[in-house]
Design a protein around this ligand. Structure first.
Ligand SMILES: Cc1cc2nc3c(=O)[nH]c(=O)nc-3n(C[C@H](O)[C@H](O)[C@H](O)COP(=O)(O)OP(=O)(O)OC[C@H]3O[C@@H](n4cnc5c(N)ncnc54)[C@H](O)[C@@H]3O)c2cc1C
Length: 471
């Protein structure tokens, strides 16, 4: 517990920190300093080249819901905006904060309150790590399905605020499908509970769905009731290698046309396989130029495997059922992925398209590469049409690495427009944050945007929470 010192450069924040020190000294609050600079950005916006922020935001570490309410009320009184923050693993700038803002970290709101196998729910505080919940559930033969690749480091609260996806979404849906009820602290400091513990429930407007994916602009999630499920009786990993990216992308439709619904369908194109081999000393490229990495689970695993194999072989794949040991290695390779050397600029993306249009997006790469003089590659959560393209460009000798050429972002924007043109969306799972607001405005009709601002206004009329994000 530290009594905050009033070193904040802005009057509102200085006065807020003085009040916190006087009235609620039990809350650990750090004033803006070089030490809080890490709270000024998230994983997607952290400076890769160049100097870090001189001064970060003020950061509070409440340990109870009542403390969150006190902080929000004091911030509102002093006109200091509040940035909710989980683990800061976001990739869209949603948790970015400046030195005149107060970050409310959920790091110490990290209790698993209840696990009820009978109701198939868990009740958690927002700072519980996704992996920590699954570690508690596994010995009970249960699991929490949403599994962003960041599951070891990201919080359930952050997953809810971003409506995080993950590998298993192909079968179990995104985070929204696993959230039944939420406790939320609103901008006036009040605490509301929305949703229900029952699996069903349609009373009133669905405010749970509104808060899920709202990127911290409507309130701070301080509690969640989430669905849990029995661990599958069996899991099996199947690889399908192809002679070209185009052949692999085209084969995704063969899985859709079959009666098998894998729990995971990941597609890795040729540059991605080469990048993983270079970073991890693996030998994926020797097996083919594109890979569908698939997990089946549940009862009837042999029947599922047979039907899947037949569908993929008919689409030209070399199919192998992997041993458990090899499967573990393959999934780790997928999750840790390729690494980008210091000698290149790169920009990541997160578009989603209808499943039947994935191949068209891969087919658009050469045109976009030629237009902007960059290289493109992508992995795709192919089961739900979500692609993560990466744009790269070698940094020429003598160039300032901190000055990223416009070509990178222009190419990334072109990919987004390619997705929109086939009925897709600017973000599949990472959110809008600060980095995709202009593109979101291209996707959303003016009347829809004004309706979204009206919702924000109704819940947070003074714009306390996360200004300049998401909307
Ligand atoms: C290596 C890596 C892999 C990733 N893989 C995936 C993936 O497969 N799928 C995917 O969807 N994402 C992925 N991400 C992105 C990121 O991990 C997710 O967006 C995650 O849900 C963010 O959780 P967090 O706790 O880090 O939240 P933060 O980054 O701290 O915050 C994210 C947003 O949520 C808000 N927020 C956080 N907590 C709360 C709360 N309690 N109440 C209200 N608002 C809140 C913040 O204000 C911000 O807008 C990946 C990131 C990395 C670094």
């Amino acid at each position: 517990m530290s009594a905050p010192t009033a070193t904040a450069p802005f009057t509102g924040l200085s006065a807020l920190l003085d009040d916190v020190g006087r009235d609620v000294a039990e809350i650990d609050v750090r004033p803006p300093s070089g030490e809080t600079a890490v709270f000024g950005h998230d994983a997607g916006t952290a400076p890769r080249h160049g100097s870090p922020l001189a001064d970060g935001p003020a950061v509070a570490f409440p340990t109870t819901v009542a403390e969150v309410q006190r902080l929000v009320r004091l911030a509102a009184r002093h006109g200091v905006s509040v940035v909710p923050r989980g683990a800061g693993s976001g990739l869209s700038g949603g948790a970015v904060a400046t030195s005149d803002q107060l970050v409310v970290s959920t790091e110490r709101l990290n209790r698993i309150v209840e696990i009820s196998p009978a109701d198939e729910v868990a009740v958690v505080e927002p700072g519980v790590l996704n992996a920590a919940l699954n570690d508690r559930l596994a010995p009970l033969g249960l699991f929490y399905a949403p599994d962003p690749a960041s599951w070891r480091i990201s919080t359930i609260g952050g997953n809810i605020a971003t409506n995080a996806g993950g590998l298993r979404c192909a079968k179990y849906g995104v985070t929204r499908e696993s959230v039944l009820a939420l406790d939320v602290v609103l901008a006036d400091g009040s605490l509301v509970s929305v949703g229900h513990r029952s699996i069903k429930g349609v009373t009133g407007l669905d405010l749970v769905s509104l808060f899920v994916g709202s990127e911290g602009v409507l309130g701070i999630v301080v509690g969640a009731t989430v669905r849990i499920r029995p661990l599958p009786v069996a899991r099996r990993t199947v690889t399908a290698f192809f002679d070209s990216t185009a052949a692999g992308a085209a084969a995704i439709g063969a899985i859709t046309a079959s009666r098998v619904r894998p729990s995971v369908i990941e597609f890795l194109d040729q540059p991605t396989l080469e990048g993983i081999d270079a970073a991890q000393r693996s030998g994926l490229r020797a097996r083919g130029a594109a890979l569908l990495l698939i997990e089946l689970d549940g009862f009837g695993i042999d029947e599922q495997t047979a039907e899947l194999t037949a569908a993929l072989e008919a689409a030209g794949a070399r199919v192998r059922v992997e041993s458990d040991t090899d499967a573990e290695v393959l999934w780790e390779l997928r999750r840790s992925g390729r690494r980008f050397d210091e000698g290149s600029w790169y920009a990541g993306g997160d578009i989603a398209v209808p499943k039947s249009r994935i191949a068209e997006i891969f087919a658009s790469f050469p045109t976009i590469e030629a237009r902007h003089g960059v290289a493109l590659s992508a992995v795709a959560h192919a089961g739900d049409g979500n692609l993560h393209p990466v744009v790269t460009l070698p940094i020429p000798a003598g160039a300032d690495p901190a000055v990223v050429p416009a070509a990178l972002h222009d190419a990334a924007d072109d990919l987004v427009r390619a997705a929109l043109a086939v009925g897709g969306t600017v973000s599949g799972e990472h959110g809008i944050g600060t980095v995709k607001r202009a593109l979101a405005a291209e996707e959303l009709a003016a009347r829809v945007r004004s309706a979204q601002f009206a919702v924000k206004d109704a819940l947070d009329p003074s714009g306390l929470f996360n200004p300049g994000k998401a909307l």
